[in-house]
Ligand binder design. Structure first.
Ligand code: HEM
Length: 401
């Protein structure tokens, strides 16, 4: 089996599940070559991924969670970094600033508003009878939600989201300077938010962040901007990709979709968890060994990289019965699509509400929904999902005025 988990081309038709399976069975902690880099350990079994993610004493999130070491503009801001790339206790202090906004009790009361947003998103396309599911529906939700959380106009959320997409695109695919320009626009916008929320504080996350203190010190502008970038970033493509690839999984299995639609409210919770396991939008997170450590019988040396492949862990037969069957009733479902340990996804409760709200609108209102042509998949080795997916359905009236 040819193994290449580095080349984005390996992910251009979805996760390379055949490679994952071979690695899990034959070389679960696999030494992987890296062009222009020192190489990395690819970790593919559930128990190993789980223990690397939890064991921050041995596996650090610094200097970066991307495989490539070279600092790019997203990872290096004059010594400042996002909390995603910090270790405890520094990470703990930063995460504490916003964690209360993301608990289940804090997220649940947002449900009616998110349902209203989902209704509005479907309203915007329902009369047309066709749209691009990725950008017109799945991508709209997280961009609206981040605007809501931050206390910004919804249309601004959409603009910010477009900027993150440019920042994420492989630089060679864009005219020179485009990415830097997008990052500058993002930061300019963030500076506007700082000015606005300092002048008119309100009950939103942006104001709370500006008033928060780490070690008795308020966040400075760059720290705020990095939080801002992380939040816009982390909740965007992830939720979008889960919705789009989850819909593909359902439409490919009409009998399972019919079963789900027969009692959507009752069956969605287990179905949504299974779609998270099945699609696993975040392909990997990297850690770096702080000291020599053994993993799955291999000796990992201090300074070497260990890369956790979440979708492989989620198909590990040691953990899941019939892992290659989409079982919408699966319970328990200890999938690791949101990671685990100190960095485990902060937005997971919000994400679940977003997913349920959108799928409910789509599956109850868009009759005769079908994909037109083949969805175009993102060629990324970091995040998995279609980037474009035309759909057709029976036109219907809007619900809102
Ligand atoms: C289906 C949707 C989502 C998926 C699959 C997902 C997945 C993940 C994963 C795998 C991580 C890294 C966990 C680890 O290293 O163990 C993460 C971190 C994070 N996620 Fe999500 N995420 C989703 C939605 C969201 C949303 C909606 C938000 C915010 C509104 C969000 C905010 C974050 C933040 C802030 C972190 C960094 C946490 C830290 O470093 O402490 N995510 N997410």
């Amino acid at each position: 089996m040819k193994i290449d988990l580095y080349d984005p081309a390996s992910f251009a038709a979805g996760h390379p599940f055949d490679q994952y399976a071979w690695l899990r069975e034959n070389d679960p902690v696999h030494w992987h070559e890296e062009p222009d880099g020192p190489g990395f350990w690819a970790v593919t079994r559930y128990d190993d991924v789980y223990s690397v993610d939890r064991n921050f004493q041995a596996f650090s999130s610094e200097p970066t969670i991307m495989i490539q070491d070279a600092p790019d503009q997203q990872q290096s801001f004059g010594g400042y970094k996002m909390m995603l790339m910090m270790d405890p206790p520094q990470h703990t202090a930063y995460r504490k600033l916003i964690r209360n906004e993301f608990t289940q009790p804090a997220a649940t009361p947002r449900t009616p508003r998110m349902q209203a947003l989902a209704r509005r998103i479907v309203d915007a396309v329902i009369e047309r009878g066709e749209c691009d599911f990725v950008s017109d529906i799945a991508g709209e939700m997280p961009s609206f939600v981040i605007a809501e959380l931050m206390g910004l106009p919804l249309d601004d959320g959409r603009e910010l989201y477009k900027l993150t997409e440019i920042i994420h695109t492989a630089p060679q695919a864009l005219p020179p300077g485009t990415q830097l320009g997008a990052l500058q626009k993002m930061f300019e916008y963030g500076r506007g938010v700082i000015a606005e929320k300092r002048a008119r504080p309100s009950n939103d996350l942006a104001t709370k962040l500006l008033q928060a203190e780490v070690d008795g010190k308020r966040l400075d502008d760059i720290e705020f901007l990095l939080f801002f970038l992380l939040l816009v970033d982390a909740g965007g493509d992830t939720t979008r990709n889960l919705l789009s690839s989850g819909l593909i999984a359902l439409l490919e299995r009409p009998e399972k979709l019919a079963w789900l639609q027969a009692d959507l409210a009752g069956r969605l919770p287990s179905a949504r968890e299974e779609l998270l396991r099945w699609c696993t939008p975040v392909i990997y997170m990297r850690r770096t060994a702080r000291h020599d450590v053994e993993l799955g019988g291999k000796q990992i040396r201090e300074g070497q990289k260990a890369v956790m492949y979440f979708a492989s862990a989620n198909r590990d037969p040691r953990k899941f019965e019939n892992p290659d069957v989409l079982d919408l009733t699966r319970s328990p479902n200890p999938h690791i699509a949101f990671g685990t340990g100190p960095h485990g996804c902060l937005g997971q409760h919000i994400a679940r509400i977003e997913i349920d709200a959108v799928l409910t609108e789509v599956l109850t209102r868009m009759d005769g929904l079908e994909i037109v042509g083949a969805p175009e998949w993102l060629a990324s080795s970091f995040i998995s999902g279609p980037k474009q997916m035309r759909v057709r359905y029976r036109p219907a009236p809007r619900l809102a005025a």
